[in-house]
Write a protein that binds this ligand. Structure first.
Ligand code: HEC
Ligand code: HEC
Ligand code: HEC
Length: 421
């Protein structure tokens, strides 16, 4: 009898603890109030439009060629695809019959109107920091859009990731709902920046490496890492060491214009500037940078495993690369990698070029690209694609050279890495 009781306790206690753990993120969820929105004023709608820009809602919630905010865009994850939803006020397929309380619950707790847990491809791990007042303003703005009928598309995720149980476990591990709390030791500017970066900006959705379960590990926060679904790597958000005032001013410039004296926003970052950051007030961007420059250095993703290049081979690639560089790159990027101010990015001291992995740089040379077209820089210059003009060996050589010259001290690039891209 006694042993049976013991056994029961032994089984029950972990089971109860497990259930408590799974329910943990939901314990702080207040019951959702059902009151309808008071009619929104023009000022609230305008503020909501601005905040929706800061959250870049339109980028994910718009399918190419379709009405803005009508959803249906596939968002890739390592576990399959999730589709964004219709945020227009269509009563059947959009948010038309939602209350502000239900909208807040989605933003703050990651829970849909019908109680379903939402997939964190919707970055509510960040949006949970948004204040109720700002959530209401975004809702008022979305309700002011023209309704579009666009039914929900079922996620296409592999088992077991498509279950509510898996979501529960994921949330218990990686989701802590909670509004942003002011740090009274810091300036109002810093707090505003922290609120935007940690909340609507969801910068760590890309600038922090994710683990095998797609969780953001906060001890690596802003340390940079690969974005598997996009095939790009995000650099660490704050450069290692102190950021000078000049560097901070240049970062504001980059976020606003997409092009700065020495740099260009490319790939996924170009889209963030295009749809979101260029529309923000300079004071808000400066606040974001004042927060970013205060971030402690964080360990990035574990260094990717890359083919080893012997020292003799590296020397050979350096020599070959110098020739390729003079012939194909120096006209734009300068004979010492200095670039041309506001036109061609500098390669000397370029963090995107000199990261632990050479993935972004290989991608740039193979595919070419453009910075975003912004109000400040409507016609950014382009980088030609070299996929047809240079062999993998030549690309590896020129990148080995650029990563190892003019003060850059990054490792060599092997032709095998270029071929794998
Ligand atoms: C990185 C892409 C991404 C961004 C940015 C994004 N969303 Fe979403 N959102 C999604 C996806 C994907 C879903 C569907 C999740 C699911 O099906 O579980 C979703 C779902 C939602 C839902 C739940 C709808 C429902 O029917 O349950 C709301 C509300 C929402 N998003 C609002 C917003 C707002 C407001 C913003 C901007 C502040 C925003 N989203 C930005 C990807 C995004
Ligand atoms: C969709 C993914 C994504 C999001 C979201 C994102 N970034 Fe980026 N970011 C990148 C990638 C990829 C790069 C590297 C390409 C480049 O340098 O343009 C980058 C580069 C940058 C750079 C340039 C770094 C350097 O040294 O050249 C800055 C600054 C930056 N991001 C700031 C931000 C801020 C601030 C936010 C939040 C408002 C943000 N990013 C959100 C993907 C993202
Ligand atoms: C016609 C001018 C031009 C030539 C030639 C050129 N580039 Fe570029 N390059 C650019 C521009 C403009 C950008 C910024 C646009 C972008 O990254 O999408 C850029 C971006 C880059 C980047 C990404 C840097 C960053 O911060 O985003 C790398 C790496 C690069 N170039 C390397 C090279 C190499 C190596 C060569 C020679 C094989 C080369 N480029 C030839 C104009 C050029």
């Amino acid at each position: 009898m006694k042993t049976a009781l013991k056994l029961l306790v032994l089984l029950l206690v972990p089971a109860l603890a497990g259930l408590l753990w799974l329910a943990w993120p939901d314990l702080r969820e207040a019951p959702v109030e059902q009151s309808r929105a008071a009619p929104a004023g023009a000022a609230q709608i305008e503020r909501g439009a601005y905040l929706a820009r800061a959250g870049n809602c339109v980028a994910c919630h718009t399918q190419a060629g379709q009405a803005p905010y009508a959803g249906g865009r596939p968002i890739g994850t390592p576990f399959g695809e999730v589709f964004s939803t219709n945020l227009t006020p269509d009563p059947e397929t959009g948010l038309g019959s939602w209350t502000p309380g239900e909208f807040w619950r989605a933003m703050h707790h990651g829970r849909s109107r019908d109680g379903r847990l939402l997939y964190p491809a919707f970055p509510y791990t960040s949006y949970t920091r948004v204040s109720r007042q700002d959530s209401d303003a975004i809702f008022a703005y979305l309700q002011s859009l023209a309704p579009v009928q666009a039914p929900r598309r079922e996620p296409a995720l592999r088992f077991p990731y498509n279950t509510q149980f898996a979501l529960r476990a994921w949330r218990a591990l990686y989701f802590r709902p909670g509004e942003y709390r002011q740090d009274t030791q810091r300036t109002p500017e810093w707090n505003r920046g922290a609120y935007l970066v940690e909340g609507l900006g969801h910068c760590n959705a890309c600038h922090t490496a994710r683990n095998a379960l797609g969780g953001i590990e906060l001890d690596r926060n802003y340390g940079g890492g690969p974005i598997p679904s996009l095939g790009w790597e995000a650099p660490p958000l704050a450069p290692a060491g102190l950021m000078s005032d000049a560097q901070a001013a240049e970062m504001v410039e980059l976020l606003q214009a997409g092009t700065s004296r020495h740099g260009v926003a490319t790939g996924p970052m170009a889209e963030v500037v295009l749809h979101s950051l260029q529309h923000l007030q300079t004071t808000d961007l400066a606040a974001m940078v004042s927060y970013i420059r205060s971030l402690p250095p964080a360990a990035g993703a574990p260094a990717p495993r890359r083919p080893r290049v012997s020292e003799a081979r590296r020397q050979e690639l350096m020599r070959q690369g110098e020739t390729v560089y003079r012939e194909h790159c120096a006209d734009c990027h300068g004979d010492r990698g200095q670039g041309r101010d506001y036109v061609y990015p500098a390669l000397a001291g370029n963090r995107m070029l000199t990261g632990a992995s050479a993935g972004n740089a290989i991608r740039s040379v193979l595919m070419g690209g453009y910075g975003p077209s912004t109000a400040t820089h409507p016609q950014p210059h382009g980088m030609p694609s070299f996929a047809q003009r240079l062999t993998p060996e030549e690309i590896a050589a020129v990148l080995t050279y650029a990563r190892g010259s003019w003060g850059n001290q990054a490792t060599a690039v092997s032709p095998v890495e270029v071929e794998r891209r």
